[in-house]
Design a protein around this ligand. Structure first.
Ligand code: SF4
Length: 223
């Protein structure tokens, strides 16, 4: 089953004139992505163990595309009172400094907490990126093992393979739409890209002009 979000996303992006239009297009695509996820879980009877307040997967490196970063940045600016926004920015600066010294593998194997996680809760849950929405677990013990042994790359699988594959495919197709339309489809690391988006308005301007959005953020090589 391929997502109905692809033509909708392409159409909405082609017509987008403002940042709000781009954000609305992504929100719609993420909504369809969630529906695809929920309907496959229901049809195949997958028994998920994910529960509100569990954040065992929020210690993994989070890969994102630039529009996801801009949607989160916009939401934080709108929703957080100034002192909390400043606190968040300080946390993001520390995170970015830590991450820039690491290779992708080091980051993936060291339990670096997501700077958006607050006491086990995602502070941007409604606009969290595809990577977080795709994540799911059928096995809490496997999640605990990965958390307790972050350096062990032979960790037991917690995903339903078919669901994970399908969601990964849809996520890739969303990125392909951006790329097809000429937008930057680099895979960035969430925290360091978000820090840059919040501190430098030129990131958004570059992306909207179909240039590379971020200059300092950590990148995940494709393939
Ligand atoms: S964005 Fe939210 S769901 Fe994703 S890793 Fe961070 S805290 Fe967890």
């Amino acid at each position: 089953m391929h997502s109905a979000s692809i033509p909708q996303l392409a159409d909405a992006l082609s017509r987008a004139q403002s940042a709000d239009d781009f954000h609305a297009a992504l929100r719609q695509a993420l909504g369809v992505f969630d529906q695809q996820n929920a309907s496959q879980v229901e049809q195949s009877g997958i028994a998920l163990v994910c529960r509100a307040g569990c954040s065992l997967c929020c210690w993994l490196r989070v890969d994102v595309y630039a529009p996801e970063v801009f949607l989160i940045a916009d939401t934080l600016r709108r929703e957080l009172p100034p002192p909390e926004l400043e606190e968040m920015r300080a946390r993001l600066v520390s995170h970015a400094e830590l991450v820039k010294e690491m290779t992708v593998r080091e980051h993936a194997t060291r339990n670096v907490p997501c700077p958006l996680s607050r006491e086990g809760w995602c502070s941007v849950y409604a606009v969290r990126p595809h990577t977080c929405r795709r994540h799911h677990s059928q096995d809490l013990a496997a999640c605990r093992f990965t958390y307790e042994h972050p350096e062990d790359m032979e960790f037991p699988g917690a995903h339903d393979a078919a669901l994970f594959h399908e969601l990964t495919e849809t996520m890739g197709m969303h990125a392909a739409v951006y790329e097809y339309l000429g937008f930057d489809a680099t895979v960035y690391e969430l925290g360091s890209a978000l820090e840059e988006a919040l501190s430098d308005p030129a990131c958004w301007r570059r992306w909207s002009l179909k240039k590379k959005a971020f200059r300092r953020a950590s990148e995940t090589p494709s393939g």
